[in-house]
Design a protein around this ligand. Structure first.
Ligand code: TYD
Ligand code: MG
Length: 451
């Protein structure tokens, strides 16, 4: 009998290695290699899903627009790029309790009115799902249920049921009979997902895969899934917060980084129709260390509050803590402030927080971050009706950001009267929003005079 071959699989990226090592040489994650048994080379394996192969002329390929189905949930349609595409596979990741099952239950209830829908659950009992549907006040005849974790049996039943949209909650609970390893392992998840993806492509079924996220914020194990699926959506925000955000991190049918906003209520997830100002905590009096910036996550401007706390440090290693922003960016900005503004914070702890649990990925928040730090450091509040945006470079320059005009307009709409912006974003006289006093800056040193 042939000896079973032992492989070492990385739980973060799914790469397999012949030898154990402390660090995965593919994704550079530490302590992620686990021992696994190499799959036997028998049975069908994932070989792509291109269908019958023949070489074609591009001129012969018809370009009828992908028909999309509105999910009935506006913010979900937005992150999907304008609705659900038949035959597409959408991976939805997020922490436990963030609302993945709730969102997909609501989605299926509306989609189920137009087409055959199937909810496959490997985590909850039929009673639990039904209870949720009743509690959300949804019609309980809009979609059908299945509790099953074996992917072969799921697909056999799906071939009979012929759903047009199917949810797998969650992909980590599904296993394939082709492999002996435990469910939830990288190879199990990858192989099961491959079978499901192939089924979706061959039958034109839209498929939602739910994936759990580890503490480090990556999908547990199957980062390999990201390249198999068409769209990857991540839930952001805290399970304890009222607002939940969904970000598209990959989308073959739409823009990435698009953000959908929801509020978790007694009746499930509700879309937030006018989200631009929901993250502002309104202080009665001006407070030191707080300023509003206008960020553009996806296709719309969002007003958010940046808070900083700068305090004497009592350790040799002053703390640099950020919530919702990149920590290295903060260190970089403080270095620029020292070198080009002459303000030293090496003996200070610096904490930065974005109110409401939003995560800001763009550099346009740089100027606001520094202004908030300065304000807290000097214990001097900035004017309450002031906003700031601008990217800061290592040479101490303040660079323009895209869509400056639109950001200014959004701030003016919400009653802000002062704006600190990069000089290159300065609008022409007649384009500036009325009643907005604009402070155009070119160098970091000019930020020191703003108060
Ligand atoms: P759930 O959707 O099951 O999260 P996930 O599938 O991502 O693990 O549950 C989300 C949380 O939301 C849960 O703690 C209960 C809460 N919740 C509400 O506040 N209102 C509701 O209407 C529902 C259904 C859940
Ligand atoms: Mg769930």
């Amino acid at each position: 009998m042939a000896k079973t071959k032992i492989l070492y699989t990385c739980t973060a990226c799914g790469a397999s290695h012949n030898k154990w090592a402390g660090q995965c040489s593919d994704c550079e994650a530490w302590n992620t290699l686990i021992e696994s048994i190499a799959p036997k080379d028998t049975g069908p394996r994932f070989t792509g899903y291109a269908g019958a192969s023949s070489i074609q002329n591009m001129a012969d390929i018809s370009l009828t627009a992908e028909p999309r189905h509105a999910t009935g949930i506006g913010e979900l349609d937005r992150v999907l790029g304008g609705g659900l595409v038949p035959g597409s596979v959408v991976l939805i990741g997020g922490d436990p309790g963030i609302g993945k099952s709730t969102l997909l239950t609501q989605t299926l209830a509306t989609l189920g009115g137009q087409m055959n829908a199937l909810y496959v659950t490997g985590e909850e009992s039929l009673q639990q799902v039904t209870l949720r549907v009743r509690r959300l006040g949804l019609k309980d005849d809009s979609f059908r249920l299945l509790t099953e974790t074996c992917v072969e049996r799921i697909l056999t039943l799906a071939e009979k049921e012929k759903p047009r949209v199917m949810v797998i909650d969650s992909i980590q609970t599904v296993h394939t009979e082709l492999m002996q390893s435990a469910p939830g392992g990288v190879s199990q998840v990858r192989e099961s997902a491959a079978q499901l993806v192939r089924y979706a492509k061959q039958t034109g079924t839209a498929l939602f895969l739910v994936g759990h996220v580890t503490k480090e914020g990556t999908l547990a194990g199957p980062r390999v899934l990201e390249h198999m699926v068409d769209t990857v959506l991540y839930f952001e925000g805290d399970a304890g917060e009222r607002y939940r955000m969904i970000r598209a991190v990959k989308n073959r049918f739409g823009a990435v980084n698009e953000l959908g906003l929801f509020a978790m209520t007694e009746q499930g997830l509700k879309v937030v129709t006018n989200p631009s100002a929901i993250f502002l905590s309104r202080h009665d009096e001006p407070v030191a260390g707080s300023i509003i910036t206008v960020t553009r996550e996806g296709n719309r401007p969002l007003l958010i509050e940046v808070q900083a706390l700068v305090d004497d440090s009592h350790t040799n290693n002053p703390r640099r803590v950020t919530l919702g922003l990149d920590q290295n960016r903060l260190s970089l900005l403080l270095a620029v402030l020292h070198r080009h503004g002459g303000i030293a914070m090496y003996d200070q702890d610096v904490f930065i927080n974005i109110v409401g649990g939003v995560r800001v990925t763009e550099t346009a928040a740089d100027a606001a971050m520094l202004l908030a730090c300065l304000s807290s450091f000097r214990n001097k509040p900035l004017p309450q009706k002031m906003i700031a945006f601008g990217e800061i470079g290592l040479a101490g320059e303040i660079r323009p950001v895209p869509n400056g005009q639109e950001r200014l307009k959004e701030a003016a709409k919400h009653g802000f009267t002062h704006a600190v912006i990069p000089r290159d974003n300065l609008p022409k006289k007649h384009d500036a929003p009325e009643g907005m006093e604009i402070i155009a800056v070119k160098r970091v040193s000019e930020l020191l005079d703003i108060h």
